[in-house]
Structure formats: structure tokens, C-alpha cells
Design a protein around this ligand. Structure first.
Ligand SMILES: [Zn+2]
Ligand SMILES: [Zn+2]
Length: 159
């Protein structure tokens, strides 16, 4: 996950990205993610733009039934390496790296993109039934009688 500015051809080229990122997330979210994809590099001499999308995958808990599963998500990447380090250029959401020459380590920028794109409470499958709030049974694996006796909390406490 490095880009060597000294040997980078000017103009447009592809950069294959494949590796594992330590996401540093907590709360049952993936500790690390494998990322894979191709970024388009545009070398404009004073700056280098990296654009594209990576596919990420990691192990996490389902937001509904708590079962561990492999979550996959798309990671849009937009990074600009400014070689003219005196420039105060910045464009919206684009991540900036200030570096004049040599090898640029893309690890931290790609980690940021991957964390930003991580979905909220991903589910193991779109129709995950979750856990029964009464007895805790995994409704994907079995059934229980709780729902029949369930009292709508809005009616509780009414005369
Ligand atoms: Zn689930
Ligand atoms: Zn139940």
C-alpha cells in the first residue's frame, strides 16, 4: 500500500491495492479488514490524485442477532498527495497527504476511508430476525411462544 513518487509515471495509471488494515475499531466492529481493489492514479506533477473504490471485508457481530459473520462493504477512496507542500489547497472530503518525494505510505489514509465507509449496525442477512427480547432465542434458528404473550408497552399502566 505504497506509492513511490519518484518512479510514478506522469499522467494516468492504475494502482492495485490488496492487504489488511488494522481498523482500530471497538464495540464488536471489525478489528481489521482485508481490502482489495484498483485505484486510478493521476500524476499531475505538483499533486497526485488517487481515486476509486475498494472492497473491504472483516469479521463482526450481526447488529440484530449478535452472530459473528463476514461483513463486506464498499470503500470510496479519494486521496490527494500534495507535492507542493506550501500549497494550502484542499478539496472538500478529499484526504490530503503532504509529501514532496519518495515512497508515500497509503496505509493511514486507506484506513480512514475504510472506517468512514463502514456501515452502521450491519446485519448477517437482510432479513435477519434477531433475538427474542423476552427469552433471547435466536429467531433465525428457532421459535418461541413469547411473541403471543407480548404486551404492547404503550398499553401497559393504563387503567
Ligand atoms: Zn443476524
Ligand atoms: Zn422468546
Amino acid at each position: 500500500m505504497k506509492l513511490d513518487l519518484d518512479s510514478q509515471d506522469s499522467g494516468r495509471s492504475d494502482l492495485a491495492i490488496r492487504g489488511t488494515l488494522n481498523l482500530g475499531l471497538s464495540d464488536g466492529r471489525p478489528l481489521e479488514a482485508r481490502v482489495d481493489g484498483i485505484l486510478v492514479v493521476q500524476n499531475l506533477e505538483s499533486r497526485v490524485l488517487l481515486n476509486g473504490a475498494l472492497q473491504a471485508e472483516g469479521r463482526t457481530e450481526c447488529g440484530s442477532c449478535l452472530e459473528e459473520f463476514t461483513v463486506r462493504w464498499d470503500v470510496p477512496v479519494e486521496v490527494m498527495i500534495l507535492r507542493d507542500v506550501d500549497s494550502d489547497e484542499g478539496e472538500g472530503e478529499t484526504l490530503l497527504i503532504m509529501q514532496r518525494k519518495g515512497e508515500v505510505d497509503l496505509h493511514e489514509s486507506l484506513r480512514e476511508c475504510t472506517v468512514l465507509a463502514y456501515p452502521q449496525a450491519p446485519l448477517c442477512k437482510p432479513d435477519c430476525k434477531g433475538l427474542c427480547p423476552e427469552c433471547g432465542i435466536d429467531r433465525n434458528k428457532g421459535t418461541c411462544d413469547c411473541s403471543e404473550n407480548e404486551i404492547d408497552p404503550r398499553w401497559e399502566g393504563l387503567p
